[in-house]
Design a protein around this ligand. Structure first.
Ligand SMILES: *Cc1c(COP(=O)(O)O)cnc(C)c1O
Length: 367
């Protein structure tokens, strides 16, 4: 049985009429940039996350760049982050001219280690960008405590974790700014690129809104240099439909995860460790195979038509473009080990029992 890693057609089949109606409304209005659809989505995301402000932007990557720009972070500044994440987290830091300072992860959760963050702070440190990887919020309360002591700005990269909770509070309620991505493979995915910045801080929200439109306020008067970081109305219209289903979808992902967890008990497959005060939205269900067999399992699954992916095969400190940071293999052993051992398998909400059985059986036959 073939099982894709993600089946967006299966999801679309359940919301086709709603989505088409929403798109049609935008077509009839011919209002494509920002406008009422984007404002509507912003209000709904703010309410969903329990934050005062939400600012729709062009992507999760641009959300990070905008957040850094809103605090004037640039050349001469250091920003601490994890090397075990999607490229954009560190790319954004470099794009504004600041220096990414990598610190290692906690091996169980794959999220940044707060003690390592604390140890890496220097006089140049301006900000911390922790990432909520695979759907689980990082140790954000401990990171906020460290940040408060040293007066540092925290941008929580929650691109993979909209709706994930930590001690009962949703992602968005911890850091000065939290960013989300609506890339189609995220739990709340658009029909193209999109993202969101959420914050409780009035001044930061205002600065993000101004920077989103080339730094102009009022129109055609520029006190700062921003960019085009706008969200399209068509994306907002689709996302407003999908947002209504988000919690039910994440619940189904948790149900699927619980099933895999049971199937893999007592086997060499290490299942995701979700801390008891977190609720994951399982953007990925990432297993770990520690006996050097990961690559063979990946090939075996792919040969049977079972979708799987290595997120992420190269920790960022070992990427060529970051060679100038002068980090080397061995510097972040937990991140490097994770890159060699992880494998993400299908977890999407529409999976059938038969499909999950086929995935679990294929994994267990190859370990
Ligand atoms: C997806 C993702 C991003 C980037 O989002 P885009 O919308 O694709 O630009 C940033 N950080 C993390 C951790 C991500 O998973």
């Amino acid at each position: 049985m073939k099982v894709p890693l993600l089946d967006l057609q299966a999801q679309y089949a359940t919301i086709r009429e709603e989505v088409r109606k929403a798109i049609d409304e935008v077509c009839e209005s011919q209002l494509f940039i920002l406008g009422p659809q984007v404002q509507g989505l912003e209000a709904e995301i703010a309410a969903y996350c329990g934050t005062k402000h939400a600012i729709g932007v062009s992507s999760g990557s641009d959300a990070l760049i905008l957040a850094l720009m809103a605090r004037n972070i640039g050349p001469g500044d250091e920003v601490i982050t994890t090397p075990f994440t999607f490229f954009a987290t560190a790319g954004a830091i470099s794009r504004v001219g600041a220096k990414p300072v990598f610190v290692d992860i906690e091996p169980k959760t794959f999220n940044i280690d707060p003690a390592a963050v604390k140890a890496a702070i220097t006089r140049q440190t301006k900000a911390i960008i922790p990432v909520d990887l695979f759907g689980q919020v990082c140790e954000i309360e401990r990171i906020m405590e460290i940040a408060r002591e040293r007066d540092l700005f925290v941008i929580q990269d929650s691109a993979q974790t909209i709706g994930g909770t930590h001690h009962g509070k949703k992602s968005g309620q911890f850091a000065q700014i939290t960013t989300f991505s609506f890339f189609p493979s995220k739990n709340l995915g658009g029909f193209g690129d999109g993202g969101m910045v959420v914050t409780d801080d009035d001044a930061l929200a205002e600065q993000c809104r101004i920077l989103r439109v080339h730094g102009s306020k009022p129109k055609y008067y520029h006190h700062v240099i921003g960019g085009n970081f706008r969200l399209d109305a068509l994306q907002a219209a689709v996302l407003r439909v999908k947002l209504k289903h988000l919690d039910a979808w994440s619940q189904k992902r948790r149900r699927n995860a619980a099933y895999y967890d049971c199937r893999f008990v007592g086997t060499p497959v290490v299942t995701p460790a979700i801390l008891n005060y977190n609720e994951s939205i399982y953007n990925q269900y990432t297993i770990r195979i520690g006996n050097g067999k990961r690559d063979a399992i990946e090939s075996a699954l792919k040969a049977r038509g079972i979708g799987c992916e290595i997120y992420y095969p190269v920790p960022l400190h070992l990427q060529k473009c970051f060679a100038y940071l002068e980090r080397k293999a061995g510097d972040f052993p937990h991140s490097e080990a994770a890159a060699k051992e992880v494998l993400s398998i299908p977890i999407y909400p529409e999976l059938t029992q038969a499909q999950m059985d086929a995935v679990a059986a294929a994994v267990l036959e190859s370990v």
